[in-house]
Design a protein around this ligand. Structure first.
Ligand code: PMP
Length: 459
């Protein structure tokens, strides 16, 4: 198949569904080695965003491949209501220990959206089981992203998706996310975050607290906000508000979990704001198999079990192969201290990005935590003016980056209403030398783009 070129129009996969007609062909993957992806023409790309912030251990990791092979020789699939598996038990035990008290039971699924759906349904069934059947509304943030299945989309803050799919979704309230750049007039980051927390409480009171089931948020944002981090006080405020009104606090850590921000969970940065439910995926299997999990307390599971059990499930719950991968990934995260490495390399990456921002005319803001970073692109740093929408800056930068051997994850979200950014989130295995290569290449790409914009009179 290597030599075969199907045009995107007749391609079999996602390409034909999502890329505009006439879009340039994508490089065809041949293999991966560490933080590098190599195409069938032999070009090497540094995986600067870990695919969609998933490949946390890089590619071709020998210990993960060995675990996959060993598991495949034993059993790949055994339905969890019929058989226990050592892979499932080891994975759940490790995950529970790393996530810590109150989040030490895992409902294991195949990805982020399924884990979000499971979190919402778990919270709802728990409310019913504890005599609070009036609670069903899940408040989300605008902007925010929690997945593409209908329930997850309903709680996501994406106006465009809601315009198209709205009739299929149960409308739920959304409150503003505490942006840290391009703030509303007369606000500081702190005062805006306070206003956003107050908006949550107002929404709960407006809806009637007895009807509100949960509040869902990304503790460190992903693509929807470009690695948004709020002031510490915001996390504590939303925790207190949720507790005051009996609302479950759900952290969506599909991107930020599994060590990416320099703690095993991003929630661990704010111990005073411990969530009731956490959703993890992506880095949990480092992309080696489809895997996600909904983390809750042993006590909540006991209550549900006594009420007849969780009314929910999928064919691929706790898939044996995926659990074996997850167990091997968690083993590697601990033994190679990848959480510590994410914290250390995250600092270096931030320094290098901030240095780039002082000399590149099109970097407006650098933000994030650990190895979950983003740079926001602007036409004018002083006025924070965005690059004109018709330039579709993220797509263009992605193309330019491929020419310089850099694979970037970026896409315009919310039709560019909040700005344009690039995710810088390399594998947690990255070294200091590789951070330098990443930053040098990114600098060259942004220089290329700035020249292009200059020649077009945009900047
Ligand atoms: N939540 C967040 C914060 C995400 O970043 C994503 C994926 N980008 C999802 C949920 C959905 O995960 P999946 O694509 O695995 O269904």
């Amino acid at each position: 198949m290597d030599g075969v070129r199907t045009s995107p129009e007749i391609g079999f996969g996602l390409q034909a569904f999502t890329r505009p007609p006439g879009a340039p062909p994508l490089p065809r993957i041949a293999r991966g080695e560490g933080i590098w992806l190599i195409d069938t023409d032999g070009n090497r790309y540094l995986d600067a965003s870990s695919g969609p912030v998933a490949s946390n251990l890089g590619h071709g990791h020998p210990r993960i491949l060995a675990a996959m092979e060993a598991q495949a020789r034993q059993a790949v699939f055994a339905y969890p209501s019929q058989f226990e598996s050592a892979a499932n038990l080891e994975f759940a035990e490790r995950l529970g220990r790393l996530a810590g008290p109150g989040l030490d039971r895992a409902f294991i699924v195949s990805g982020g959206s399924e884990a979000v759906e499971s979190a919402i349904k778990f919270a709802r069934q728990y409310a019913v089981a504890t005599g609070e059947a009036s609670r069903w509304k899940v408040i989300g943030r605008q902007p925010g992203y929690h997945g593409n299945t209908l329930g997850a989309l309903a709680v996501s803050g994406d106006d465009h998706a809601h315009e198209v799919f709205g009739p299929l979704l149960r409308a739920v309230p959304r409150v503003p996310a505490p942006l840290s750049y391009r703030l509303p007039a007369n606000h500081t980051v702190e005062s805006h975050a306070r206003a956003c927390a107050a908006a949550l409480e107002e929404a709960i009171l407006r809806e009637g607290p007895e009807t509100v089931l949960a509040f869902i948020m990304e503790p460190v944002g992903g693509l929807a906000t470009g690695a948004l981090v709020a002031p510490d006080s915001y996390y504590e405020a939303v925790r207190q508000i949720c507790t005051r009104h009996g609302v479950k606090l759900i952290f969506d850590e599909v991107m930020s979990g599994a060590g990416r921000t320099g703690r095993f969970l991003a929630a661990d940065h704010w111990p005073a704001a411990r969530p009731d439910i956490v959703v993890v995926a992506k880095g949990l299997s480092a992309g080696y198999a489809p895997l996600g999990a909904t983390l809750v307390s042993a006590e909540m599971v006991r209550v549900l079990a006594e009420s007849g059990g969780f009314m929910h499930g999928f064919t691929y719950n706790a898939h044996v192969m995926s659990c074996a991968v997850g167990a091997a990934v968690l083993r590697e995260i601990e033994e190679a201290d990848l959480v510590g490495n994410a914290a250390r390399m995250g600092k270096l990456l931030r320094q290098r990005l901030e240095a780039l921002a002082t000399r590149s005319p099109i970097i407006g803001n650098v933000r994030g935590k650990g190895l979950l970073m983003a740079v926001e692109l602007v036409a004018d740093r002083q006025t924070q003016q965005m690059i004109p929408l018709e330039k579709v800056a993220p797509e263009r930068v992605k193309q330019l980056a491929l020419r310089r051997g850099l694979a970037l994850y970026c896409r315009r979200t919310s039709r560019g209403a909040y700005g344009d950014w690039l995710m810088l989130s390399p594998p947690l295995t990255i070294t200091a030398e590789e951070i330098d290569i990443l930053a040098d290449r990114l600098g060259a790409v942004l220089d290329d783009y700035a020249s292009e914009l200059r020649s077009e009179g945009v900047i």
